[in-house]
Design a protein around this ligand. Structure first.
Ligand code: SF4
Length: 680
């Protein structure tokens, strides 16, 4: 695809969008990113719904969605709206529709917006494999359009808006058979429905392209942005991003709960917001919906602040990766000693950076060793320290000794800003040299020569404004080439790291050094809390990782080594690069949910969270669960009150298992498919 996916690839810049009104709340344009969520209560229980809407509004939620699985629930939206009004609660309501066009036509009378899923609005999910010739395919599209048109007309008459909300895993059979369950299929599915809206002169449309895998979600939203821009360019002849496009509702679906749910959400939502894609967001957690709101607000405000930054004056004609619509790890050469390799086919490493050399090296080594003992999978794969002058020599020796006496073996990365500590090169496995205003070209050349002579890999850390990245890189490449240094790699220390890393990658391609490994660094500011740092690091590191960029992640500024290591591995798991724990895909629940999802998820987690690499889905209902549990290995899906269906992949292997037996039977299924291990 030749279209870019964002107005600028090298500076955070909001995509221009038209304003779509959702009741009193305006979405898109220059309005703030709107934060929304969904109730988990039974839609027929008016009091419970109103209570939960009130909790959401209190938490800062600006738009609330409520499921309307059938006509009864659609009708009850009128009572919910009336009761909210009576209590003086003004918040726009959205009806969530799957499989029931008739319910949509009732709901539209009572709410401000309708969400439809093009995959199941007019199609029953049969997972049928059949070939469609062009004529049959066109007939299917027309059949879906005929069912959809009355709703579009009614929305236009009543001044309601609509979300065309495509989900990975719940595409119509015709789309699946032609495009597969792919970002491309998701986009085609949405555009078929947009064609109907535009034919009817209806433009109050918002799009979403959700998936539980952040990488799939990112690709689908990007592809949609590019396709919409291309349509706009074809009709106006102008740059497709110059005319306001349809707003995006951004989210990662079935993200799960706790840290993993937050990390996955921050990676997907954050990466898209960095590109200016997103006018309203929902963080889907398997928790009380009010707990989604602070996460969403933190992500929204952080990104809005980035959109306010002075735009980067440097642009690159070259793309930063081969294909931004597909994930392929950037091809890099491998550096370092045999078991400490960085780049190439080595997994993305997780390292800590201590900053200044520790005053108490024994205590430092003990803490890392203790973290390794408690969490053996969270291996510290490298340690960074800084040295300033000759007086640091003994501290460095003491640290090496302390690490050795705790049995810790990993490479030391030594950052030095002056030439005076160059002979420390023999005491580390990687030298990190900040390239900025402090060091001149002669100093860089001298260090590069020394590193080449000692065969010590050298990390050039480009430190400056994003505008300066290309010139800093040129200086580092010049020094490396003049010194005959081949073992060099790069990192950036910039205010807008996602875009700085991209600029670096693009420039490396231009300079013929595209295979240089890259280190992604996240430094937690002193005033930043751990929960906030979790979101920030997930955005800054995860956005690049989802583009296949990064051979190591390095975290610094955390009080505890285990917290930093844990976060590093969670981010790699969220970006689907390294699996060090069980992957849980659980829906946020809604009015369709047939059991207490939060409690059930916690129970299943407690039994299975030692199954490294196994993906387990816990889904609230049989209507959407099987489709949306994506690429889970095993599924636990509510099939009726007090009963559960168990899945292996997409295949249902046990039906209507009594809930009381379902945990045990799930474990039996996992065991019989060879994926079970005894805990411990
Ligand atoms: S899978 Fe979960 S969130 Fe989705 S419709 Fe079913 S119960 Fe609701």
């Amino acid at each position: 695809m030749s279209e870019p996916f964002a107005p600028s690839l090298y500076t955070p810049q909001r995509r221009l969008t038209r304003v779509v009104q959702v009741g009193d709340v305006a979405v898109g344009g220059n309005n703030p990113i709107r934060v929304q969520s969904m109730t988990t209560t039974d839609t027929l229980d008016t009091a419970a719904c109103v209570e939960q809407v009130a909790e959401l509004v209190e938490a800062g939620c600006e738009i609330v969605r409520i499921t309307a699985p059938s006509l009864k629930e659609a009708e009850n939206l009128a009572n919910i709206g009336a009761e909210l009004k009576r209590r003086g609660l003004r918040v726009p309501l959205v009806a969530d529709i799957h499989f029931t066009p008739r319910a949509a036509l009732v709901a539209v009378e009572h709410v401000d917006k309708i969400r439809i899923n093009p995959g199941n609005f007019a199609d029953k999910k049969k997972f049928e494999i059949r070939e469609y010739d062009d004529l049959q395919y066109a007939e299917e599209v027309e059949r879906a359009a005929e069912r959809f048109r009355p709703l579009v007309r009614r929305c236009r008459e009543l001044g309601r808006s609509m979300r065309i909300g495509t989900n990975h895993g719940s595409l119509a059979d015709r789309i699946m058979n032609r495009y597969g369950d792919t970002p491309h299929g998701m986009v085609e599915s949405a555009l078929e429905f947009l064609d109907v809206c535009e034919d009817e002169g209806f433009h109050d449309v918002v799009f979403s392209m959700k998936a539980s895998n952040p990488r799939v979600a990112i690709q689908a939203y990007r592809m949609l942005a590019a396709r919409l821009a291309a349509r706009s360019r074809e009709s106006s002849g102008e740059n497709g991003f110059a005319a306001p496009g349809y707003p995006f509702h951004v989210g990662v679906t079935e993200a799960g709960d706790a840290e993993d749910g937050r990390v996955k959400s921050a990676i997907g939502i954050g990466a898209l917001l960095e590109d200016g894609l997103g006018d309203t967001i929902r963080v889907s957690l398997t928790e009380h919906p009010a707990r989604e709101i602070p996460v969403a607000i933190a992500l929204a405000r952080r990104c809005e602040a980035r959109w306010e930054q002075e735009p980067c004056r440097v642009d690159e004609a070259t793309l930063f990766v081969d294909d931004p619509y597909a994930t392929q790890r950037r091809h890099t050469r491998s550096l370092g000693a045999s078991d400490w390799k960085i780049g190439g086919s080595a997994p993305v490493r997780v390292e800590l950076d201590l900053g200044a050399l520790p005053a108490d090296p024994e205590a430092c080594a003990r803490e890392i060793a203790e973290a390794q003992r408690r969490f053996p999978l969270l291996v510290c794969e490298g340690l960074g320290v800084e040295a300033y002058d000759e007086s640091d020599r003994s501290s460095l020796q003491a640290l090496r000794g302390a690490l050795a006496s705790e049995g810790l073996r990993f490479p030391l990365a030594l950052r030095a800003e002056t030439r005076s500590v160059m002979d420390f090169l023999g005491m580390c496995e990687r030298f990190v040299v900040p390239v900025g205003r402090l060091i001149d070209d002669a100093g860089m050349l001298e260090i590069a020569r020394e590193a080449a002579a000692r065969s010590c890999p050298l990390e050039w850390e480009l430190r400056g404004d994003n505008d300066e990245i290309p010139s800093l890189l040129d200086r580092a490449l010049e020094a490396s080439s003049s010194a005959g240094l081949e073992d060099f790699l790069f990192s950036v220390d910039a205010l807008l790291p996602v875009h700085a890393v991209r600029l670096l990658c693009a420039r490396l391609r231009v300079r013929g050094a595209a295979d240089a490994p890259l280190v992604l660094r996240y430094r937690k500011p002193a005033a930043c809390s751990d929960p906030h740092a979790l979101l920030a690091a997930s955005v800054d590191l995860g956005a690049a990782l989802c583009d296949g960029i990064g051979d190591a992640v390095v975290l610094s500024g955390f009080e505890k080594a285990c917290v930093a290591l844990d976060l590093g591995y969670r981010i790699l798991q969220g970006a689907r690069l390294r699996s060090t724990r069980t992957e849980f895909i659980s829906c946020p629940s809604c009015g369709r949910t047939l059991f207490d999802l939060e409690e059930t998820t916690a129970r299943i987690k407690a039994r299975t969270d030692h199954l490294v690499g196994v993906k387990i889905a816990i889904m609230g209902c049989i209507v959407n669960g099987p489709g949306e549990m994506a690429d889970a290995d095993f599924g636990y899906v509510g099939s009726g009150p007090g009963s559960v269906n168990l899945f292996v992949g997409k295949e249902c292997v046990e039906r209507h298992v009594p809930a009381a037996e379902a945990d045990e039977r799930l474990i039996d299924v996992i065991r019989s498919h060879g994926a079970w291990q005894e805990p411990g």
